[in-house]
Design a binder for this molecule. Sequence first.
Ligand code: AMP
Length: 599
Amino acid sequence: MAVGSAISSPLGPAACDKDAKALQFIEETTRNADLVQERVLAEILARNANTEYLKRFNLNGATDRDTFKSKLPMITYEDLQPEIQRIANGDRSPILSTHPISEFLTSSGTSAGERKLMPTIQEELDRRQLLYSLLMPVMNLYVPGLDKGKGLYFLFVKSETKTPGGLLARPVLTSYYKSEHFKTRPYDPYNVYTSPNEAILCPDSFQSMYTQMLCGLIQRHQVLRLGAVFASGLLRAIRFLQLNWTQLVHDLKTGTLNPKITDPALKETMTRILKPDPEMSNSISKECSKENWEGILTRIWPNTKYLDVIVTGAMAQYIPTLDYYSGGLPLACTMYASSECYFGLNLNPMCKPSEVSYTIMPNMAYFEFLPHDPNSAGWTTRDSPPKLVDLVDLEVGKEYELVISTYAGLCRYRVGDILRVTGFHNSAPQFHFVRRKNVLLSIDSDKTDEAELQKAVENALQLLKEFNTSVVEYTSYADTKTIPGHYVIYWELLVKDSANSPSEEVLSQCCLAMEESLNSVYRQGRVADNSIGPLEIRVVKNGTFEELMDYAISRGASINQYKVPRCVNFTPIMELLDSRVVSTHFSPALPHWTPERKR
Ligand code: AMP
């Protein structure tokens, strides 16, 4: 149905009946947020009453908030590790959930260097699907005519493993794309992808990207929106086009498929789609062969109305680059989700990235909030636990850490995200994503904290010992000017014997030693996903970090309390550091990574 004959809904005129139902659902759920939350908690507690975990806290069948809040502690992943390990090892008794754990979702958050394993149950797929089904009805309120074309989305599956007890362990999106929910989704004119399922589901990342790009080029005039999950993914696709466009236009011109595409199902599908089109091939070739790639996305896909990528949180660093390649197309951040639970959606997806607020959907899980004081060091176990606030009782302008209780059995679990309340939609609060706690460096889905960076530096230092050289100070920077981005570590060295100073070879080995010691998500990004470039060490002149301190003090830092920032991104500081660089070194090889977990 055209927008002209739109059906009214409280959020705006719905594009079709299906959308009207989805918008109505959003309205009702957010209007009754507190009731929905109460019901969700009661459902979770009732169905899991006989789990080993809940029995431990003597709820005695109670399903009300007060009892729950008075008896259950707030926990982190590390607290649950013994239970998770038992489930992974094959214990099928109801430990966290009475519904069987169907698989583990491997989070990009790590514990002891490995991805966290999030237990999930079959029906969670329905909840995820439900949240996905709300996204286009909201988008259709703002962008008319999306049923007249397609979306070019770069979507990928990643490797999966089995736990010792035989449960699958894989990222949440891999689980979703491989599910029947996704594979046999009913046709929806507002949500048609250019990529065939065979391309999305191909486990080889080159073949998957190549064929998704080729399909996007073949249907270039039909493409109305371009996307990937995160901004880094879309930039990787642009880089891929830069590296592979000559072969792609050759395929388009001749109607023959690159012989590197060997996956049988994918080959068959592509043979059906690919037909010689010399005219199309020529016009793409003309654009790609130009030196200047500014605005390339709109030159190749001229009907694109917006880019659908997350550019909030750590991904905000990619906004200028996306603007450059797209000529400033709107950036839509549609949802906020995690392996633990899908949280909510952006009800105003065409707003500016800096104004994005996500509305948590109260039906997804039971949500509580730990007040967060940006100026305090944080709550420690020695303090009496602060009171957790309920979803509908949050205050606008305040920051909170998200704590969730899920149907799969996580109870009062700290996700690690800091959110600021920006307002309410009905009685459901809306949040600006402030940051994830303890993340120093991030390029793609990798998250490196201060302790991991410190350990990596210490690891590399071992190689400098025989040169009687130490690192006086260091800091770091996520350099996203290159595609893929890479970690830069600034080192100030103390070389005690200049006749025996470390060579270029040794310093580049130091880069690799650091990479070897970083967590498995980082190493997977380097090795399997090619989403992170080689780590770089920039050696700076002696005295540079003292200058850095002088600069900070001149801007008001306390001399007694000054600490070297372990990560920098403030332009004057970057300029200072870069002007003092005496040598640069890159990791000469890939670190080790296999899908298998160490533990
Ligand atoms: P994972 O468990 O690996 O799926 O990562 C989930 C985490 O990614 C969340 O807890 C957030 O820290 C981050 N994240 C997910 N969606 C968004 C978003 N829309 N904006 C900013 N960060 C996000």
